[in-house]
Design a protein around this ligand. Structure first.
Ligand code: NAD
Length: 453
């Protein structure tokens, strides 16, 4: 048994040792889940719903504790971490309405009757990244449990603490043993076993496109069901007819939220050339105003990066020769700090413009007309998020239909709402999470013909 030392990214102090699960323990957990799922699928829908509501209520009463744990483990500002714990509660509550609404259909056929059932897929392997440990756990967990599936979740090596605690709260809420298990450990061991074990019938993976590709290949061997939520390089498109003040004031929050460690980060700002100068002037004030610092302080907006290695990775996109237009601040001393950084002008073949940096670095590039803006937004293998700023409803509709991406906001920097579908186009993923149909992704449709003679 090996252990992993969790480091507080804001202080570089050790927080806790976490035991890493082995391949054998993973197999045992999967087999336990398979037995538990047989029972769980037969729990009456109303009782499954009640248990999910009780689980949500316990997450709510432990919200401050979960938030403090996330702040220590991931460096998320306390306000953001409270929102994340609240998201787990809300997502559980939202999907607690599903078990009693999982109705099939009755289809008229010659010689009898055909009825359909939505059957749970079985054991689900849920592989979670380090950037939003709580919300992303809940997006797979809640609809899977609602559908009657059992879940074996593998949090990221760096950020397992809140997932472990949420697993304990599930048991306290009365979710039966084995229905939801949390297995901290390495991707190449625990994650790989979830992909390879035949009793796991579906993988929900959120993480990098590179690992997502390997997981897709692994799932192909078993024709295993799969949802992929992968990387992004999203555009924030600002037209000259927009409220440029608002667009500039909110642009930092569309990309520097969670220190840019956000798959939805709008990390390419595209601005109509005629308002570029005005926009840059306003953006500079907004970026310098982002409050970066101690994540336990109530007014902090941006915390540190997750690790020293990740900070090095982010910094590699900003060499000494980089065209830094301006930057915000960051504390000195202990902690994996990196200041909000704006690069401009950036040629479209620069790696800072084409690759997902996953840190607080944004590029600004001008465009001349609507067609060019759409073409630039689409000139990427990714398609996860995006924002459009314009005063014209017609343009908003045209551009929204033209940009190849799964989640767009018009005149807003919002990206994820648990009651609307979320997922990517192109290499940003496969399938959708959240929204009213997410439970269907954890069911198989079965049709049964009943002869009438
Ligand atoms: P990652 O791909 O390195 O790891 C994600 C998870 O996969 C971790 O739990 C890791 O242990 C596990 N893993 C690694 N190798 C594995 C393997 N061979 N088999 C099975 N599991 C394995 O990603 P990360 O660095 O933790 O997260 C950052 C990435 O996640 C970014 O690219 C970001 O865009 C993406 N992301 C996407 C979304 C989305 O919803 N589209 C949301 C958050 C993050």
């Amino acid at each position: 048994m090996t252990t992993h030392t969790i480091i507080n990214p804001a202080t570089e102090q050790p927080v806790r040792q976490v035991e890493q699960s082995t391949a054998e323990q993973t197999d045992e957990a999967i087999e336990h889940a398979a037995r538990a799922q047989e029972h769980w699928r037969q729990v009456a829908p109303g009782d499954r719903a009640r248990l999910l509501r009780r689980f949500a209520e316990l997450v709510d009463t432990h919200g401050d504790e979960l938030a403090a744990l996330e702040t220590a483990n991931s460096g998320h500002p306390m306000g953001a971490a409270r929102w994340e714990a609240g998201q787990v509660r809300d997502v559980l509550m939202y999907y607690s309405a599903a078990p009693e609404r999982m109705a099939g259909r009755q289809i008229p056929v010659a010689g009898g009757l055909d009825v359909t059932f939505k059957e749970p897929v079985g054991v689900v392997g849920l592989i979670v990244p380090w950037n939003f440990p709580m919300p992303i756990l809940s997006w797979g967990l809640a609809p899977a449990l609602a559908a009657g599936c059992a879940v074996v979740a593998k949090p990221a090596e760096l950020t397992p603490l809140t997932a472990i605690r949420v697993g304990e709260l599930a048991l306290d809420a009365g979710i039966p043993e084995g229905v939801f298990q949390v297995l901290p450990g390495k991707g190449a061991i625990v994650g790989q076993r979830l992909v390879d074990h035949p009793a796991v019938r579906k993988i929900v993976f959120t993480g990098s496109t590179e690992v997502g590709r390997q997981i897709m290949a692994g799932c192909a061997r078993h024709v295993k069901r799969l949802t992929l939520e992968l990387g992004g390089k999203s555009a924030n498109i600002v037209f000259a007819d927009a409220d440029v003040e608002r667009a500039a004031a909110t642009a930092p929050y569309a990309v520097f939220d969670n220190a840019g460690q956000d798959c939805c980060a709008r990390s390419r700002i595209l601005v109509e050339a005629s308002v570029l100068e005005k926009f840059m002037g306003l953006l500079e004030g907004a970026v310098r105003g982002v409050r970066v610092g101690d994540p336990t302080a109530a007014d902090t907006e941006m915390g540190p990066l997750i690790s020293a290695a990740h900070r090095e990775h982010v910094a590699s996109y900003v060499p000494d020769s980089a065209p830094v237009a301006f930057r915000g601040s960051a504390p000195d001393g202990a902690g994996f700090w990196y200041p909000p950084t704006v690069l401009a002008p950036v040629p479209p073949d620069s790696v800072a413009y084409t690759e997902e940096i996953f840190g607080p670095v944004v590029t600004v590039t001008p465009f001349t007309d609507e067609a060019e803006a759409i073409a630039m937004a689409n000139d990427t293998p990714y398609g996860l998020s995006g924002s459009i700023w314009t005063g014209s409803v017609g343009r908003a509709i045209r551009v929204a239909r033209g940009v190849e991406t799964g989640n767009l906001s018009v005149n807003s920097h919002s990206s994820v709402r648990y009651w609307t579908p979320f997922g990517g186009f192109k290499q940003s993923g496969l399938g959708r999470e959240l929204g009213p149909d997410a439970v269907d992704a954890f069911t198989e449709v079965k049709n049964v013909f009943i002869a009438n003679n």
